[in-house]
Design a protein around this ligand. Structure first.
Ligand SMILES: Nc1ncnc2c1ncn2[C@@H]1O[C@H](COP(=O)(O)OP(=O)(O)OP(=O)(O)O)[C@@H](O)[C@H]1O
Length: 486
């Protein structure tokens, strides 16, 4: 629909945009990214024809924009500029109505039902109808921004060029505006080109992204092809980390600080863990990067308080989340800061050991009950008995994502080996158990000191986790069996 070929142009003798080519099909959004001064606004001006190009072509549906008269072009292409001259005190409705100018034969002499409907629709789409009679200079920056987007929508052009449409908007209004533009693009087959400063928003909403640097295209493609750490870091001169969006297959980035600040030194020690009849507890003076399958705050995050709470055998599992939250609060901890697990095993029988390493140390804490033991290869519907193996691994070191995952694998293998060694059997199948039906695992690290990229058994960290979890689990099973006898 919109085809740009080898577009070059700038101000005076200086070319700001060099040989830019891209195509945007009907019904889709192209986002333009690039640092300040990279030529994004200049490129939009060249595309709209406001700034004459030195060379190259801009075509709408196969027709060069130069072949349209100004009014004809305005019917085809609406522009939301970066800065708005709105010294004059038009009302919101009057400002949006200006978008209908290309459809008039004379200044408002031929205001039609279609014009009226287009203005009302645009006011509604941007949710600004309730202040349609307010002069725009009495509105906030974000409210004004929505008025100008409404003006562009009222123009009913097939091509929409937007320079930072979410400027001044809070997160909900950013979402509403981009949801509306995306919906309009699909329903009315609009072709949208929009400049973004927010890389994550652009990635979420755009079908294609174009990364511009010094007026040239660095990369163009689908968001996952453009939002890549190396390109973003090179072009923006900033450290970033790339991670998946929680709901969509659209990459997101997190800005990393240039200076980490003064990180408080903190070392995890086995002596600092307490094991009472109520819970196993570790309180860290600093937040630890944690990955776990806990009841409270499972997944990945940074946490300071770690609880493995004892509950009765007949504990009602249905309400465990709110019950655990109440428990955490009642003991003076913050649920936002706490990873919480539970077990029917006696928590005073937790085995906590520290294993020294060249990089620092690993602290392992295990509670084990095997009344619920399961051979996972023969898992079947069964009644729950007592017993869970909860395994905690705390590392004084800096773990990569791979190391967190490998630590879980290594710990699970070591646990299974411990059950094998202890001859723990699945009561249903009579075969050696691999775990229990409700086991949980947690890996936490200070993220200070030595970098530990891997945690498989070939590494020092992995071998400590392997032998440490094995040793602690064997001891914890022995304590559990001893207690059962009494
Ligand atoms: N009217 C102008 N006359 C001369 N130079 C200009 C003019 N407008 C912009 N420039 C220059 O062109 C370069 C690119 O500016 P442009 O506004 O296109 O960048 P941008 O990528 O949109 O930046 P930003 O992210 O800051 O909005 C800058 O160096 C700027 O100084």
């Amino acid at each position: 629909m919109l085809k740009i070929t080898e577009l070059t142009g700038g101000y005076g003798d200086k070319n700001i945009v060099e040989s830019v080519s891209f195509e945007v099909p009907k019904g889709s959004l192209l986002g333009i990214l690039g640092p300040n001064g990279s030529g994004k606004s200049t490129m939009l001006k060249l595309v709209s024809g406001v700034l004459p190009a030195k060379s190259g072509h801009v075509e709408i549906a196969g027709q060069a924009i130069g072949s349209f008269g100004a009014k004809e072009l305005a019917k085809k292409m609406a522009v939301l500029p970066q800065l708005h001259a709105h010294a004059f005190a038009h009302t919101v409705r009057e400002t949006v109505s200006l978008g209908r100018y290309p459809h008039q034969s004379g200044w408002f002499s031929s205001w039609s039902d279609e014009d009226e409907a287009a203005v009302v629709e645009a006011l509604d789409l941007m949710a600004i109808r309730h202040y349609e009679n307010t002069p725009i200079d009495q509105l906030s920056g974000g409210e004004q921004q929505r008025v100008f987007v409404a003006q562009a929508l009222a123009q009913h052009a097939q091509v929409l060029l937007l320079d930072e449409p979410t400027n001044h908007l809070d997160i909900n209004h950013q979402r509403e505006l981009l949801d509306t533009i995306k919906k309009q693009a699909i329903e009315k087959e609009l072709t949208v080109v929009s400049i973004f400063h927010d890389i994550n928003l652009a990635s979420m909403y755009c079908d294609q992204l174009l990364l511009l640097d010094k007026g040239r295209v660095v990369r163009i493609g689908e968001p996952h092809e453009v939002v890549r750490e190396s390109d973003i870091e090179t072009v923006y001169h900033a450290r970033v980390s790339n991670h998946p969006h929680p709901e969509l297959p659209k990459p997101q980035i997190t800005l990393l600080p240039g200076v980490k600040g003064l990180l408080e030194e903190s070392v995890i020690r086995a002596e600092a863990f307490s094991a009472s009849a109520e819970m196993v507890l570790y309180e860290s003076p600093v937040p630890l990067k944690t990955v776990s399958s806990a009841v409270i705050n499972a997944g990945a995050g940074w946490f300071r308080t770690f609880i493995n709470r004892h509950v009765d055998m007949d504990y009602n599992i249905d309400d465990s989340l709110s019950d655990m939250t109440r428990f955490i609060e009642s003991r003076g901890f913050k649920p936002t800061d706490t990873v919480g697990m539970m077990t029917a095993v006696k928590t005073e029988h937790a085995v906590v050991k520290e294993f020294p390493a060249s990089f620092g140390s690993v602290v392992i804490a295990v509670t084990a009950g095997v009344g619920n033991a399961v051979d996972v290869s023969k898992a079947a519907e069964r009644l729950l008995g007592v017993g869970t193996i909860n395994t905690w691994i705390f590392v004084n070191g800096t773990l990569s994502d791979e190391a967190f995952i490998q630590a879980m694998i290594t710990a699970t293998e070591a646990k299974t080996k411990a059950l094998h060694q202890e001859g723990v059997k699945d009561p249903l199948t009579g075969t050696i158990a691999t775990g229990t039906s409700t086991d949980s695992c947690l890996v936490a690290a200070t993220q200070r000191g030595d970098t530990l990229p891997y945690a498989g058994p070939i590494t020092e960290l992995g071998s400590l986790i392997g032998t440490g979890v094995f040793e602690c689990t064997v001891e914890a099973i022995a304590l559990y069996r001893e207690a059962k006898k009494q």
